[in-house]
Write a protein that binds this ligand. Structure first.
Ligand code: IFM
Length: 520
C-alpha cells in the first residue's frame, strides 16, 4: 500500500538532493532537536536504580523510533530491529505499546488506530468468511489487513504442526476496540470517536454479537478460541476473551448513546447503520455471556475445564522465564495448568475498574505460580499487577525480568529483533504500575508505590490535552499541570486542580489532599 504524498512517492534522488543541500550538520541538528522534543515529553526518571533507568531509556528509544503517525503503517512485534514475525502486527501494538503513545505522543497513537480503521474492510471480510458479522481483525496483520498468520509451523524438517492462532486468537478484535476506547478516554477527543473510534468499537461488537451462541443452560458462550495463553488451544469460554467481548458490546452501546446526544456525531451512527434494536441486542448479549468467575473464591477460571487440569506449578519446575511446552511437550502442557503468559491477569490489567483489588490479588496469587512466562509479554504485566496489589518486591523482580528480556537476551532470540510489547509493558509497569496512573472517569488517578530502593520516579503524561509532570518519592507526590484538569490521588476523590504545581504527602499510609504550591 502506498501512502499518498509520502516521501516514498518522491523520487529518491530528489530526497537525497534536498538532504545534500541542507548538509550533514544542519540535518543532524534538526534530528537532535526533534529527538530532544520527543524525549522531554516522555522521559521517565528513576533515581536509585541505574539498571531500571537504563531499561526505560532503551524501551523509550525503541518505542519512539518505531512509531509513526501516517496511519499507513503500524508497529511489528519486533519493531524495526529484526526479521522475527516478518514485521507482522499483533495485539502487542494496541495493548502493550499504544498506551505509551497515548500518554506521550497522541498523533502516533491516533496513527496506529487509523491503521486499523483503514483495514476495517479486510477485518469485515475475515468475519464474513467465517460466517460472522462485523469485524474480526487478523491475528497477524501486515499492509492489507488480511490474515498473515502462517497455517503451519515447522517443528523439525519432517514435522509440521498446524498453527491455530490465525483462526482462534479472536480476542484481537476486542483488543483493538479497547485501544480505541482508551485513546478516547485519554484524549477526550470526540472527533476521533465519531470519525474512527465508533467504527472500531461498533464493528467489533457486531462480531461478538454474532459469535456468541446460546446453550442449554440459557447462557451465551464463545467456543473454540485461544486466549492470551497460547499453550491451551481450541478452548471454550476463555475468561479474558468473554469479559473483553462483553465489555466491547457494552462500550458499543454506550458509544451509540454518547454520540446520539450530539447533532454533529449522529452522522457517524447513520453511516454505521446502527438501530436501537441492535443496541438492545448488544446489551442482551453482554449480559448473557458467561465469564468463569466464581464469587466464592474470587477466581476467574481461565477457560471451561481449566481447574480440572493437572496441577503443575511452573514456579517449581525451573527458573523463569522458560518455554514450558518445550520442557513438558506441547500435549502434556495443554493438559496441565501451566500457562505461557498473563491471561486472566490481563482482565485486571486492561479493565481495572471491573476487577477490585482483592479479586486482582486472589487471581495473581493463583495464576502467578502457574505461569512460565514463555512469552515476553508476560513479565511486565506481572510487575504492573504486583505493584498494584502492593507486592512491591515481586513487582520489582518482575520489572527486572522484563528489562532483561532484550538487554540480557533472556529468551535467547534477540537476534530476531527486540520485543516491542515487553518494552511498552515496561513503560506501563513504571507509569501505571509503580506510578499508579490510570484514567478514572474524567480524572487521572495517581497512586504511586515505589520499590524501596527507588528514591524518585518522575514522568510526563498528556491527559485530555493537559501536560502533567508527576514526580514521586516514597512519601511525596508533586504534580505540575499546564491547565485545569481533574486529578485523584491514592484512593481519594477526584478534584479539579488549576495550572501550576501541586503537592501531596503520604503519612500513615494515606495521601493528604493536593495543595497548590506554585500557581500557574
Ligand atoms: O502476540 C504475541 C503473543 O501474545 C505471544 N506470542 C508472540 C506474539 C507476538 O509477540
Amino acid at each position: 500500500v502506498r501512502r499518498p504524498g509520502a516521501d516514498s512517492e518522491r523520487p529518491v534522488d530528489q530526497v537525497l538532493e534536498s538532504a545534500d543541500r541542507q548538509g550533514v550538520s544542519k540535518l543532524l541538528a534538526s534530528h537532535a532537536a526533534a529527538w530532544e522534543k520527543r524525549w522531554q515529553r516522555a522521559e521517565v526518571v528513576i533515581e536509585g536504580d541505574p539498571d531500571a533507568q537504563k531499561a526505560l531509556n532503551f524501551a523509550l528509544y525503541h518505542l519512539m523510533s518505531a512509531g509513526e503517525s501516517s496511519g499507513y503503517a503500524s508497529i511489528g512485534a519486533r519493531g524495526l530491529t529484526g526479521r522475527g514475525y516478518h514485521g507482522h502486527v499483533f495485539w502487542d501494538t494496541e495493548v502493550f505499546m499504544l498506551p505509551f503513545f497515548m500518554a506521550t505522543h497522541p498523533p502516533t497513537a491516533r496513527g496506529l488506530l487509523n491503521y486499523r480503521h483503514r483495514l476495517l474492510p479486510a477485518a469485515k471480510a475475515k468475519a464474513a468468511s467465517l460466517g460472522y458479522k462485523g469485524a474480526l481483525f487478523p491475528w497477524e496483520s501486515a499492509d492489507n489487513g488480511e490474515e498473515r498468520t502462517p497455517k503451519w509451523i515447522t517443528v523439525t524438517p519432517s514435522k509440521q504442526v498446524p498453527l491455530l492462532s490465525g483462526l482462534q486468537e479472536q480476542h484481537i478484535s476486542a483488543d483493538v476496540a479497547w485501544a480505541a476506547w482508551q485513546y478516547w478516554r485519554w484524549s477526550g477527543n470526540d472527533e476521533f470517536l465519531a470519525a474512527c473510534g465508533a467504527d472500531l468499537i461498533i464493528e467489533t461488537a457486531r462480531f461478538w454479537a454474532s459469535r456468541a451462541t446460546r446453550r442449554r443452560d440459557g447462557r451465551l458462550h464463545i467456543a473454540k478460541v485461544i486466549g492470551p495463553d497460547e499453550y491451551h488451544q481450541t478452548v471454550d469460554d476463555n475468561a479474558f476473551t468473554n469479559v473483553l467481548a462483553r465489555w466491547n458490546l457494552e462500550q458499543a452501546a454506550n458509544t451509540v448513546e454518547y454520540l446520539s446526544d450530539s447533532e454533529a456525531s449522529k452522522e457517524s451512527l447513520s453511516r454505521l447503520g446502527v438501530t436501537q434494536a441492535e443496541v438492545r441486542r448488544w446489551r442482551r448479549t453482554a449480559s448473557g455471556l458467561v465469564d468463569g468467575f466464581d464469587p466464592s473464591t474470587g477466581l476467574y477460571e481461565q477457560f471451561a475445564g481449566f481447574f480440572r487440569l493437572e496441577e503443575i506449578l511452573a514456579a517449581k519446575m525451573a527458573e523463569r522465564p522458560f518455554p514450558a511446552d518445550l520442557f513438558l511437550g506441547a500435549k502434556r502442557t495443554a493438559r496441565s495448568q501451566v500457562i505461557k503468559q498473563a491471561d486472566v491477569l490481563m482482565i485486571a490489567h486492561m479493565l481495572p475498574e471491573l476487577v477490585p483489588l482483592d479479586i486482582t490479588a486472589a487471581n495473581y496469587r493463583y495464576y502467578e505460580p502457574r505461569t512460565s512466562h514463555g512469552s515476553s509479554l508476560s513479565p511486565a504485566i506481572h510487575a504492573l499487577i504486583a505493584a498494584r496489589i502492593g507486592a512491591i518486591d515481586e513487582a520489582n523482580a518482575y520489572f527486572r525480568m522484563a528489562a532483561a528480556i532484550d538487554l540480557n537476551d533472556e529468551m535467547g532470540n534477540a537476534s530476531q529483533g527486540i520485543h516491542m510489547a515487553s518494552l511498552g509493558g515496561l513503560w506501563q509497569a513504571a507509569v501505571a504500575g509503580f506510578g499508579g496512573t490510570r484514567v478514572h472517569d474524567d480524572a487521572l488517578r495517581i497512586d504511586p508505590h515505589l520499590p524501596g530502593h527507588w528514591t524518585r520516579l518522575a514522568f510526563p503524561v498528556l491527559f485530555r490535552g493537559v501536560e502533567l509532570y508527576v514526580d514521586a518519592t516514597a512519601n511525596s507526590l508533586s504534580v505540575t499541570v499546564s491547565d485545569r484538569v481533574k486529578i485523584a490521588i491514592g484512593d481519594g476523590p477526584a478534584t479539579a486542580v488549576s495550572k501550576g504545581r501541586h503537592l501531596a504527602r503520604l503519612a500513615n499510609g494515606a495521601w493528604s489532599r493536593l495543595e497548590q504550591v506554585v500557581p500557574g
